[in-house]
Design a protein around this ligand. Structure first.
Ligand code: FAD
Length: 304
């Protein structure tokens, strides 16, 4: 119930305007967001690299409503790639196609993604296409596939275990050698297309991890769920899959202890580092995932 309310609020413009003007929310937001500027984010990435962790930078923004804004976002990603390259940081990027104008024109999003993938390839960087809500899924896969088919194999896709269709998408991409990031899924979806019960999502996630580990090209296991992480490690060990064949991924600010423990054990660990002024919908999805986060904020606000 609380999850649904927070996810509905994540799309509400009035609440967004109020929240982004509310200065005392900022410290709570900083738990999940690396900062509002590229410089803030690069500092976080440098620190992660020092601790043996990799990063994927996400310039926050989604549901772009003008072609100019979409082009500006793509140009900003160019600047991110330049800065990462100049400083020799161990990081790629994550992009949302609705930020690149997917809702306005599929062709525009495709052109901009191709430009970003090309700039990334010149700098030996990887571009992960995030998965958004199910209404955008078919167009997201179309655009991704067209760019992949053009030879940009420094790109990969995120798939969500809560969707019934995901096993078919996984098999299709496994066969083509596409790198898949598997996550549980962060949006409110109807029971007609997604498992409503967490236990079913977890079961599908566990099954898909095994497929990715057995046959995937650089798969990414994106979860903070310790039980599923242990299961992945056990499966990899039992099937002699070396730790450099896959990676674990975490969101910035969540389970830092586990990130470091896995890196110490010799696993590849990448942290998703979101930054930028448009933090509101991302922040609300993080609150929706864990009601305790709302209490954390309330406690923070009530602190003298
Ligand atoms: C690297 C990465 C990339 C992602 N990319 C996408 C994407 O492209 N599309 C998409 O739909 N979703 C994406 N997600 C979000 C994902 O779908 C889940 O919503 C999110 O990861 C929470 O699920 P969980 O796997 O951690 O498991 P859960 O069962 O929700 O959580 C397991 C445990 O993790 C901790 N935890 C989880 N979430 C939080 C939180 N917000 N705050 C504090 N602790 C928490 C808690 O200890 C919890 O008990 C991504 C997640 C990661 C890690």
């Amino acid at each position: 119930m609380m999850r649904r309310v927070l996810l509905a609020l994540s799309k509400d413009d009035r609440t967004r305007r109020l929240a982004t003007r509310t200065a005392f929310l900022r410290p709570a937001v900083r738990r999940f967001i690396a900062g509002e500027t590229l410089e803030d984010a690069l500092g976080v990435v440098a620190d992660l690299n020092r601790r043996g962790l990799l990063a994927s930078l996400d310039l926050l923004g989604e549901s772009t409503t003008t072609a100019d804004d979409a082009r500006r976002a793509a140009a900003a990603y160019g600047a991110v790639l330049d800065a990462v390259h100049r400083r020799g940081l161990r990081a790629g990027i994550s992009v949302k196609l609705s930020q690149l104008g997917l809702d306005l024109s599929v062709d525009l999003a495709e052109d901009l993604l191709r430009g970003i993938a090309s700039a990334a390839r010149e700098r030996h960087r990887f571009v992960r296409v995030d998965m958004e809500d199910s209404a955008r899924l078919p167009a997201t896969l179309d655009v991704f596939e067209r760019v992949w088919d053009d030879g940009f194999h420094n790109t990969g896709i995120a798939l969500q275990a809560y969707l019934y269709r995901t096993p078919q998408d996984v098999e299709r991409y496994l066969a083509r050698g596409v790198s898949i990031r598997l996550c549980k899924g962060a949006y409110a979806e109807p029971a007609a297309i997604a498992f409503p019960r967490k236990a079913d999502v977890d079961r599908q996630f566990a099954r898909l991890i095994e497929r990715l580990l057995a046959e995937g090209t650089n798969p990414a296991i994106a979860t903070h769920d310790e039980r599923l992480i242990v299961q992945a490690k056990t499966f990899a060990r039992a099937h002699a899959i070396p730790p450099d064949r896959f990676e674990f991924q975490f969101l910035h600010g969540i389970r830092r202890d586990l990130q470091e423990a896995l890196a110490r054990e010799g696993f590849r660990v990448r942290v998703y580092v979101p930054f930028g002024p448009q933090w509101y919908p991302y922040f609300m999805r993080r609150l929706a995932e864990r009601p305790a986060n709302v209490l954390f904020i309330v406690r923070h606000l009530l602190r003298p």
